[in-house]
Design a protein around this ligand. Structure first.
Ligand code: FES
Length: 103
């Protein structure tokens, strides 16, 4: 039977040349956000969650792009404080923080 996580986050790690018209999430620090989120979730002892690297999810201009399933909620976190808010509100309180939702 395949695993069933309470939360499954994907964070875009796509990189493009600096002159690419669409930009990319990696140039906006998505690698640091991913690593920070993984570390904080581990520190907090949150179980039954996966946080995975993703390729381009076609939301480049709005990135760093993050999406979580099964809810299908998209975020555009910019800082580690934004990631903390997603962890505290979305994961721990089951209340997605509206200000970080992708437009
Ligand atoms: S580069 Fe991240 S969504 Fe396209």
């Amino acid at each position: 039977m395949p695993p069933s996580y309470d939360f499954h986050f994907f964070v875009c790690q796509n990189e493009r040349p600096s002159n690419h018209p669409r930009g990319c999430c990696l140039s906006k620090g998505s690698d640091k956000l991913l690593n920070y989120m993984k570390a904080r979730v581990k520190e907090l002892g949150i179980q039954n969650i996966r946080i995975n690297k993703a390729g381009c999810m076609d939301q480049c201009e709005k990135g760093p792009a993050m999406v979580t399933y099964p809810e299908g909620i998209w975020y555009s976190p910019k800082t580690s404080e934004d990631v903390d808010e997603i962890i505290n509100s979305h994961i721990l309180k089951k209340c997605p923080p509206k200000r970080l939702l992708m437009e």
